[in-house]
Ligand binder design. Structure first.
Ligand code: GAR
Length: 203
């Protein structure tokens, strides 16, 4: 039995997707990846508390006041120091450069709260995605987990799940339903899939 793939989760906010990963690990459904490190670009991110409670090491790398290059150097140094092989962006609100994503080709996955290619790319993050979906009037939205490359939300799709829009939805009610019905399910499942494939390729 090969040891699970050392995984870092990058966060910026509440960390409910990180929690879904922690819960999947505790339930034994996430077994091919080990959650080894959580990095936040925000000191105040509640995700850090979730990580600490679960006994996962945490680091903060603030982006403000740094060049993109310097920021990525600091993140990269932590990943290397901790022997990280897979990276999950779980509500991480910084865009990574092509130089960074190339270094971790097929090793970074992201969860996005829409059915890509709708409502994605630069400027579409968090509640803004749901505001745009409601403004457009789509009847179905959802979430996507994809590999991260140099194009924002442009990498190969790993999993998607559709979610119905309901009468009277607000961006907040829709965000919550998309998380509950889609993100918290397909993110742990995608991480398990990618990590299991990585382990199989090493056998
Ligand atoms: C989630 O809905 C996630 O899909 C979204 O931000 C939220 C973070 O919530 N990410 C993006 O919009 C990235 N483009 P969380 O901190 O509770 O996981």
């Amino acid at each position: 039995m090969l040891s699970p793939v050392k995984t870092a989760v990058l966060v910026s906010g509440g960390g409910t997707n990180l929690q879904a990963l922690i819960d999947a690990a505790a339930a034994g459904t996430l077994k091919s990846a080990r959650l080894s490190l959580v990095i936040s670009d925000k000191e105040s991110a509640f995700a850090l508390e979730r990580a600490k409670k679960a006994g996962i090491s945490t680091e903060v790398v603030v982006k403000k006041g740094k060049t993109q290059e310097r920021f990525e150097e600091e993140v990269g140094a932590l990943l290397e120091k901790n022997g990280i092989e897979l990276i999950v962006l779980a509500g991480f609100m910084c865009i990574l450069s092509g130089a960074f994503t190339k270094k971790y080709e097929n090793r970074i996955i992201n969860v996005h709260p829409s059915l890509i290619p709708s409502f994605c790319g630069k400027g579409f993050y968090g509640l803004k995605v749901h505001e745009a979906a409601l403004a457009y009037g789509v009847k179905v939205t959802g979430a996507t987990v994809h590999f991260v490359n140099e194009i924002p939300d442009g990498g190969k799709i790993i999993m998607q799940k559709a979610v119905e829009i309901e009468e009277g939805d607000t961006p907040e009610t829709l965000q919550r339903r998309v998380m509950e019905q889609a993100e918290w399910k397909i993110l742990p499942a995608s991480l398990e899939k990618v990590a299991a494939e990585l382990l199989r390729s090493r056998e």
